[in-house]
Write a protein that binds this ligand. Structure first.
Ligand code: KPL
Length: 313
């Protein structure tokens, strides 16, 4: 397959590396020039299962030289989805399938709007991966990927899942994609903003009484909105699920905390902000998610432009 990965952070690089190793013609697209240059010069180095492996695949900052792809995988931060797709229009034709495995709600709809005529597939992935530096990532833990069709013509969902599985990326198909996305959303709703605001790892959230109480309020509102919009969550105990993910990823700094520490925008508008927007439409009050969204945005403004890797308060 001809595959372009838009957004070659930890997860995009990981998927690109494995799909290229499986014999696909993969190109990584990212705006980080040093990362792109290093991958082209030295290959993409992945720390996995206690050893270093070098994957050879091309990387580009501008996808303009690439033609239409069989598959485009989108891994940019949610607030860059629209611009990233708009600047890569040459990658899409009627037969292109676009997969988004991004955090938050709304990315599939943005892609469907910008890349009209393609088949859009959304999903979640629970691989653990981190960028260690330009051209280098760590694959900390394998996890399952779940995908489902959101919009577009006769998508070949089975073909995408089969190719991911063949390349060592365990994948299954979900019939209820909305339930799947909301299920992941509530995990991010209850963990990400609290780690960013309190500057604690995921695991600490369930060890402190106050953060546990806040988590309960945020997730409770999200659950009420999901119910009101007719989404069936893939678990019966939402708070229990969020607590178990916080424990299982205990030593993680959430992506939102990392964004704040690096002075970058966060995905809060697509996470807690999405609960507020959907709540407004459904007439469900979401005061905690509203306040937390604004607090994270205040922190974003305060920390804007901070140096990469500055992990101090
Ligand atoms: O998805 C995550 C994130 O950090 O964005 C969790 C599951 C909270 C893991 O850190």
């Amino acid at each position: 397959m001809k595959i372009a990965v838009i957004g070659a952070g930890a997860m995009g690089s990981l998927f690109g590396a494995h799909l290229a190793a499986g014999g696909n013609q993969v190109a990584l697209v990212d705006v980080w020039e040093e990362h792109v240059r290093t991958i082209n010069e030295n290959g993409l180095i992945v720390e996995e299962e206690g050893r270093l492996r070098t994957y050879r695949l091309p990387a580009l900052t501008d996808p303009g030289s690439l033609g239409p792809q069989d598959l485009v995988i989108v891994f940019v931060k949610s607030y860059h989805t629209a611009t990233a797709i708009r600047s890569a229009k040459n990658l899409f034709s009627g037969g292109t399938q676009v997969v988004t495995l991004q955090n938050g709600l709304g990315n599939a709809e943005i892609i469907a709007g910008e890349a009209a005529g393609t088949t859009v597939i959304a999903g979640t992935t629970s691989h653990g991966a981190t960028v260690l530096g330009p051209g280098r990532i760590r694959h900390a833990g394998k996890g399952e990927t779940v995908i489902g069709k959101v919009s577009g013509g006769a998508g070949r969902l089975g073909e995408v899942a089969a190719e991911f599985n063949r390349c060592g990326l365990e994948t299954r198909i979900a019939d209820d994609i909305a339930g799947l996305l909301w299920g992941k959303l509530l995990v991010n709703v209850g963990i990400n903003p609290l780690t960013a605001l309190c500057k604690v790892t995921n695991g600490s959230l369930v060890e402190m009484e106050s953060t546990l109480r806040l988590m309960e309020m945020l997730v409770g509102e999200g659950e009420a909105v999901a119910r009101a919009v007719g989404v069936a969550l893939p678990y019966s105990d939402a708070l229990g699920k969020v607590k178990s993910v916080a424990r299982a990823t205990g030593s993680n700094r959430s992506s939102m905390w990392q964004d704040i520490e690096r002075g970058r925008p966060t995905e809060v508008d697509f996470i807690n902000g999405a609960v507020v927007r959907e709540g407004e439409k459904a007439g469900v009050p979401t005061p905690c998610n509203r306040v937390v969204t604004l607090l994270v945005k205040a922190l974003e403004e305060k920390c804007r432009g901070r140096q990469p890797g500055a992990f101090t308060a």
